[in-house]
Design a protein around this ligand. Structure first.
Ligand code: 3VV
Length: 222
């Protein structure tokens, strides 16, 4: 399967690249929220568009040759998933989740859901919550050494999730052959808003190519 790379980037360069990636994504993320909320007139919007296009041209002046960032394993054991829609460091669409893994197997993240994530008025879009749950459940399974692609994700939305500060958490519940079952939830100050169970399957191509060993090695080294 293409899109998985191995790289050898030194610690200092990695740190510098991470800072640049974080800053660009945050600037664009702010731009997205400002775009949702703006009430400027057509002339001001036209000026803004000129500036946005000029900025895009700078970014396009040096780009990856492929149409996606992919998953990049570094020789120091770390992994870059900067294009990921939920955790991608350089993806302005991503909130992004900075997932913490506790020693007891809990994966969790606390993050801000701004106006770009709205579904019902003032509430987070259910599909966005599904993406967040998909990622954090999958990350919990992966971190526990049982990675897989999402086969089935079941969500129970218990109450609306207000835009603002949100927490997501998950853990690996059990492993059944090539299937890893993870459970998790979303919460706000008002308590649990959504609960999920996910079945993550180590795909046939990974079982046959040894890609799983690569991920397990990256995890144990990192
Ligand atoms: C280690 C190497 C790398 C592994 C993969 C790494 C990836 C991620 C790792 C880390 C990231 C952490 C974060 C991730 C978070 C985000 C995840 C996403 O967004 S994933 C994108 C959305 N999901 C898809 O696009 C899947 C599309 N579907 C498929 O690719 C296949 O259908 C797949 C892999 C799900 C199953 O295909 P088969 O060919 O491997 O499966 P068969 O051999 O037929 O079945 C194996 C077992 O799984 C069950 N199964 C098959 N499909 C199922 C399903 N959809 N739901 C539940 N069970 C299913 C079967 O009944 C069978 O069970 P029995 O062993 O007999 O008990």
């Amino acid at each position: 399967m293409s899109g998985y790379f191995t790289e050898d980037i030194g610690a200092q360069e990695l740190q510098e690249r991470t800072a640049v990636a974080t800053d660009i994504a945050e600037a664009v993320r702010t731009l997205i929220a400002d775009t949702v909320l703006t009430e400027v007139d057509a002339s001001a919007a036209a000026t803004a568009i000129e500036h946005i296009e000029a900025a895009a041209e700078i970014l396009r002046s040096r780009q990856l040759p492929d149409d996606s960032f992919g998953v990049r394993f570094n020789t120091d054991g770390t992994k870059r998933t900067w294009g990921n829609a939920v955790i991608g460091t350089r993806n302005p669409i991503a909130p992004p989740l900075d997932v913490v893994f506790d020693d007891d197997g809990l994966a969790w993240a606390e993050f801000e859901m701004g106006p770009a994530y709205e579904g019902p008025a003032g509430l987070v879009h259910g599909g966005i919550l599904a993406a967040i749950l998909d990622q954090i459940l999958g990350s919990a399974a992966e971190h526990a050494g049982a990675p897989g692609m999402t086969g089935t994700l079941t969500i129970r939305y218990r109450q609306g999730t207000k835009l603002g500060k949100v927490r997501a958490e998950a853990r690996l519940d059990r492993v059944e052959g090539v299937k890893s079952i993870a459970v998790g939830r979303i919460s706000t100050a008002e308590g649990t808003t959504a609960e999920a169970e996910g079945i993550f399957i180590l795909p046939r191509w990974a079982r046959e190519s040894g890609a799983a060993d690569k991920i397990r090695k990256a995890l144990s080294d990192g």
